[in-house]
Design a binder for this molecule. Structure first.
Ligand code: COA
Length: 159
């Protein structure tokens, strides 16, 4: 049987427990996952690409069949290069839907062979966002419950 490899793209600035929930559940559906870290310069990430690769590798080291890479081209071009055809995305709140719908349809128009699969984020993480976590960290609040321990350490070092 053909192996199904999905690409899970995102900025991961930083990776959160919500992302990890999608990764863990995604691995039950697919034979393997490529976590594709977008450089996303327009988002002016707090962490460099190398730091994000390092943090995602450490946070996912217990999972088999996970590969971590970065990319700075069109997502569909990257997916074609990987010879994959599935994009995995998490849906949190209703407001995600419009943006995700737009992105999925644009990607489908550009590359009809690539399918986007959505997974509902576990309800405990449906409100989480990397931006809020960074803000809490910057303002001295507690954020350990939102991110894996290695990310909490890196956030403490940044601020
Ligand atoms: N749990 C918790 N939070 C989650 C989450 C989950 N399961 N899934 C997403 N998020 C949060 C992230 O923390 C992030 O929060 P922030 O905006 O406060 O930083 C937000 O949701 C969205 O982030 P992410 O999922 O990383 O997506 P993104 O919008 O940063 O990245 C790309 C989207 C990288 C997939 C998209 O921009 C892309 O494909 N870029 C490549 C260029 C391209 O092809 N462009 C054309 C697209 S049509």
């Amino acid at each position: 049987m053909a192996k199904h490899i999905a690409v899970y793209p995102g900025t991961f600035d930083p990776i959160t427990n919500g992302h990890l929930d999608i990764i863990e559940r995604g691995l039950r559906l697919f034979d393997g996952l490529v976590i594709a870290i977008a450089e996303s310069p327009v988002k002016e990430p707090l962490f460099t690409v190398d730091e994000r690769i390092r943090m995602v590798k450490e946070a996912t080291k217990k999972y088999k069949n996970v590969k971590i890479e970065s990319f700075n081209c069109l997502l569909i071009d990257y997916i074609h290069k990987k010879k994959a055809n599935i994009i995995l995305r998490g849906l949190r709140v209703i407001s995600d839907f419009e943006y995700e719908f737009q992105m999925a349809l644009t990607n489908r128009k550009l590359a009809p062979d690539i399918e986007t699969v959505f997974m509902m984020t576990a309800e405990g993480y449906s409100y989480l966002s990397s931006r809020f976590i960074k803000e809490i960290a910057r303002l001295g609040g507690r954020f350990d419950c939102f991110v894996p321990p290695n990310v909490a350490k890196m956030l403490k070092e940044k601020f």
